[in-house]
Design a protein around this ligand. Structure first.
Ligand SMILES: Cc1cc2nc3c(=O)[nH]c(=O)nc-3n(C[C@H](O)[C@H](O)[C@H](O)COP(=O)(O)OP(=O)(O)OC[C@H]3O[C@@H](n4cnc5c(N)ncnc54)[C@H](O)[C@@H]3O)c2cc1C
Length: 262
């Protein structure tokens, strides 16, 4: 089975600078670490490989400095690692990030399952995984808290929502985003560090991608731009919407209009 795991570098410190003109995080040269939620995605991918055989390939979109994170993934048991890195990808919002990751994964060839973390600790949107699946035209399940079975055609997963636990079988190829605590992440191994110290981390650039329209990537491919960054107000109450998906979407749009968010 070909398993792909998406891991992202996030600031390892809260002293992060913002570019005042663009509202973009200054990531170059900033102290960085693997997104904590992605340790659970990595562990899930490695456990799936232990059950089914095959390979685990880690991918990230980001600057070349992500190489250290990718080498760390080798120390945990990942077989192969790719960084999608190019000036064209800079300044990407969720839309452009997901598109770039989907294009990069396509450029790597076939896959059976993609595993993402539930969310990141910097962007924190929890949208990238589902958006990659949409761009690849494959099914996805988000917030997966358990896996009961996997075979060549599908995976059985459990999702925990506020008052509901749901089990489902999702056909392969598919994408899942996993909750923290699905498994306990393993530590990097000294033995694997020695064994993989000369293993290459592949870099794919814009030139390697099938879609050569630069307007789909980076700042140009982003539908949103950051105007201001500030601590969020604490939510005073929660509203639960009833009805069909269409009714709930309609009601949600009305609420957002009333509050002048859209
Ligand atoms: C409106 C808006 C504008 C933004 N503009 C900019 C900008 O101009 N410049 C900028 O640097 N950032 C920008 N960001 C942040 C940037 O969009 C996010 O870093 C990126 O979209 C990932 O989103 P996220 O961190 O919310 O990921 P989430 O959706 O929370 O991540 C879920 C999972 O997806 C996977 N994943 C996410 N990102 C990556 C990645 N890069 N590589 C591999 N796997 C990944 C991981 O498995 C992760 O656990 C913007 C964000 C928003 C919301």
């Amino acid at each position: 089975m070909k398993i792909v795991v998406c891991i992202k570098q996030v600031p390892g410190t809260n002293k992060v600078e913002i570019d005042e003109t663009t509202g973009v995080l200054k990531r170059d040269g900033a102290e960085a670490k693997i997104n904590p939620y992605d340790l659970y995605a990595l562990e899930t991918a490695l456990r799936l490989k232990e059950k089914t055989g095959g390979t685990v390939t880690a991918v990230t979109m980001g600057p070349d400095q992500a190489i250290d994170m990718m080498k760390e993934s080798y120390m945990m048991g990942v077989d192969d690692a790719y960084i999608f890195s190019d000036r064209t990808f800079a300044g990407a919002d969720v839309l452009a990030t997901s598109y770039t990751l989907a294009q990069g994964i396509k450029a790597m060839g076939d896959f059976d399952i993609i595993v993402c973390g539930k969310q990141t600790t910097d962007g924190d949107t929890a949208q990238v995984g589902p958006a990659i699946a949409e761009y690849l035209g494959i099914p996805h399940a988000a917030w997966v808290s358990g896996i009961s079975d996997i075979d060549g055609s599908g995976i059985e997963i459990t999702q925990e929502f506020v008052n509901i636990r749901q089990t489902a079988r999702v056909s392969l190829p598919c994408l899942i985003t996993v909750e923290k605590d699905i498994f306990t992440p393993r530590l990097p191994s000294y033995r694997l560090k020695e064994e993989t110290k000369d293993r290459e981390v592949h870099i794919l650039t814009f030139a390697d991608f099938a879609d050569q329209n630069k307007a789909h990537y980076g700042l140009k491919g982003s539908a949103t731009s950051v105007e201001r960054i500030f601590p969020p107000e604490t939510a005073g109450s929660q509203i639960f919407l009833d009805g069909t998906a269409v009714q709930k979407a309609g009601e949600l749009i009305n609420i957002l209009h009333e509050k002048r968010y859209i």
